[in-house]
Design a protein around this ligand. Structure first.
Ligand SMILES: [Zn+2]
Length: 81
């Protein structure tokens, strides 16, 4: 992996460390927003987040209804395509 960047005030490592909590919607609003900003501005983390999201959903077979709507929206915004 290339050297750590700082996007939206967060290191990639911080974002990755919070990724699973972010997926579960367990982060504070401010924290989640900051991480979304990083994901939107950091191609590497954004791509990884997409992969992790898909993998977690597949593993948990999580029905979409269990995710809060605002999390769904944030995912859609954060992920390209
Ligand atoms: Zn990053």
């Amino acid at each position: 992996m290339e050297s750590e960047r700082i996007v939206a005030g967060l290191h990639c490592g911080e974002v990755l460390a919070d990724l699973s909590e972010h997926l579960d919607g367990r982060l504070s609003f401010d924290r989640a927003e900051r991480i979304d900003e990083h994901l939107a501005g950091c191609a590497e983390c954004g791509r990884l987040f997409g992969e992790v999201t898909a993998a977690v959903r597949a593993l948990r077979q999580l029905p979409d209804e269990l995710l809060p709507p605002e999390v769904e929206e944030r995912l859609a915004e954060a992920l390209p395509g």
